[in-house]
Design a protein around this ligand. Structure first.
Ligand SMILES: O=C(O)C(=O)C[C@]1(C(=O)O)C=C[C@@H](O)C=C1
Length: 364
């Protein structure tokens, strides 16, 4: 390509950028107008709801449907995700608590779902994320709920029993783990590997094969593992890209998770109900009495009505009321007439039934 051609193309890009810039600014001004309308419509004493997950899901889906390339649908949606995040920040800067410290996969999930224009607040434990949301210190919280290799995150399920929370979104993240060292680490004398217990479990076979005699130390999070390694010469950490970048660590082995499809699902929790989008999921907690066939009785109405169950977990109850507790996710919204009827049928047999929330299926 000649210098001349390159110059001409860059002139074209500059002129397109100007148009893109003007269009993004126009869109942002529109979002400011939306905020004005939302506030004007409000009955006295009510707080405006600026964040609308159902609308965001619709915008992203539309972008993906209309995209004609060459950028992939995911890439295009990611760009629009960020534009919407910035537009929303003009209406109301969202505060989001997540399971920290900085650099965790949960932070990555929060940014994937809400975009980067949020004020994110790392919390030391899952329960603290719930408490922060309950106290109204933040608008939303982000917590991990299940991993494709390791199963349920029990702390999260148990926290739902203790707090009244509404699930308003989900996001799935591919989890890639790396073996990381600091600049002072002597890589041939590693005697300790730090990581979160779930991550150590997700890399168990790899560790057995490559570091069979090295002590595995479970710490509160992968980011915490990365932080520790920074100052030590004989240890390594298992963590992801964000933690590696944040603590300036070097990858000595990449993608060491035993299963290549290793992924984690995260939930967005708050106190805002999300209207139906036509492509939703619902999470409920049900407790049944301790008698034979209770689980069967619970599942029959779903089966008979052709409702797609996506997950079921059991947890020991925490109080007398919750004898046996089942966490169930299924396709549909609790306001759909069919789902409503099924939930009514179940509640006749159940000791207790609580809808944790209906929310759009993850788009990104
Ligand atoms: O449509 C709205 O209600 C808006 O506030 C606009 C907008 C957007 O930028 O498209 C911004 C934030 C909401 O979460 C959803 C959409």
């Amino acid at each position: 390509m000649s210098e001349q051609e390159l110059k001409a193309l860059r002139v074209r890009i500059d002129s397109l950028d100007e148009k893109v810039l003007e269009l993004i600014s126009e869109r942002a001004r529109c979002a400011q107008e939306v905020a004005r309308v939302k506030m004007a419509e409000l009955p006295a004493g009510e707080v405006p709801v600026f964040y609308r997950p159902e609308r965001e899901a619709a915008v992203l889906k539309r972008v993906m449907e209309r995209n004609r390339g060459p950028l992939s649908n995911e890439e295009m949606a990611r760009l629009f995700r960020e534009i919407m995040s910035s537009c929303l920040a003009l209406e109301q800067p969202l505060k989001v608590a997540y399971l920290g410290p900085e650099g965790t996969f949960t932070q990555a999930a929060a940014l994937k779902h809400f975009g980067h224009a949020v004020i994110s607040k790392p919390m030391a434990a899952i329960d603290e994320v719930f408490r922060e949301v309950a106290a109204g210190a933040v608008n939303f919280g982000v917590v991990p709920v299940e991993n494709s290799t390791e199963g349920a995150v029990n702390h999260t399920l148990d926290s739902f029993l203790e707090h009244d929370m509404v699930i308003c979104g989900e996001v799935e993240l591919r989890i890639h783990h790396h073996l990381l060292v600091g600049e002072n680490t002597k890589t041939d004398s590693i005697s300790r590997i730090y990581s979160h217990a779930q991550s150590l479990a997700q890399c168990r076979k790899w560790l057995d094969a490559h570091y069979p005699n090295v002590e595995r130390v479970a710490v509160a999070s992968n980011a915490e593992a990365a932080k520790r390694v920074k100052g030590e010469w004989n240890s390594a950490a298992i963590a992801g890209d964000m933690a590696a970048g944040l603590y300036g660590l070097t990858r000595i082995a990449e993608k060491i998770e035993d299963r290549p499809d290793n992924s984690t699902r995260f939930l967005m929790i708050g106190n805002q109900e999300v209207p139906p989008t036509g492509d939703d999921k619902t999470s409920i907690i049900v407790s049944m009495s301790n008698k034979p066939g209770a689980l069967h009785e619970l599942l029959v109405p779903f089966h008979e009505n052709g409702i797609d169950l996506t997950r079921i977990e059991t947890r020991p109850s925490r109080s007398g009321k919750w004898t046996y507790v089942f966490f169930i996710d299924f396709v549909g919204h609790h306001r759909d007439p069919l789902i409503k009827a099924v939930l009514e049928q179940i509640s006749q047999e159940a000791v207790a039934l609580k809808v944790l929330g209906s929310y759009p299926k993850a788009v990104l």
